[in-house]
Design a protein around this ligand. Sequence first.
Ligand code: HEC
Length: 183
Amino acid sequence: MHFIKVLVSSAILTASGAAFAAEEVSVERGRLVSIIGSCHDCHTDGYREAEGALDPTKALRGKAIGWRGPWGTTYANNLRWSVQDLSEDGYVTYIKTLRTLPPMPWYNVRVMPESDIRSFYRYVKSLGDPGAFLPRTAGPGEEPRTPFVTLEPPQMPKPCSRDLDCGVGEVCSAAPVRQCVKK
Ligand code: HEC
C-alpha cells in the first residue's frame, strides 16, 4: 500500500514538473508550489476539510485556530500581508532566511529554488485583498483567546518497580501496571 502511494505521488510530481521549465516564473507555478508545499494545509481556512478544493476568497489568508506547545500559541499567518510589504527581491531574501516558531516548517521553505519563491510571491499577490489580521501569538503560559490544537505530547506516568524509582511525593503503584503515581 505504502509502495503504491510513493509511486503515485512521484508520478504526480514528475507530471507537474514537466509542465514548467526549471527557471520559469509564473503565477500558475506558484499556485502549484503552494499546493505541493502544503502551505494551504495550515494557512488556508477550510482547505483540509474541503479535501483540497481551494476557495480563492480564503486562500493563504491564515487560520484563527492556534497551535499550542511549549513555545506558546502560534497562528498560521495571513501570507497575503508579507507580499504587500515586500518587493519580490525582498521576499526571496525573507524566505531564504526565514525562521519562525513551530509548527511552521521554515527549514523546508528555505531550500525552495529562487524561481519557486518568485512564483509563489506572484501567486500570493494575485490573490488580492489581504483581509484581516489574525490573532496575535500568545506567549508560553498565556491563555489563547481562540480554539487551539495542542502539540505537546501528554506526560505519561513513569514505569517503576519500587517507590525509590519515583520522584518526591510519588509512589510506585501495584502490579500489573507499575507506574509512579501521586501519594
Ligand atoms: C504545519 C503548518 C504549516 C505549514 C504546512 C506551513 N506553515 Fe507557514 N506558518 C505556520 C505557522 C503556525 C506560522 C506562524 C509561526 C510563528 O508565529 O512564528 C507560519 C508562518 C509563516 C511565515 C511567516 C509569517 C508571514 O506572514 O510572512 C511564512 C512566510 C510562511 N509561514 C510561509 C509558508 C509557506 C510558503 C508554506 C508552504 C511551502 C508554509 N508556510 C507551510 C504554519 C505552517
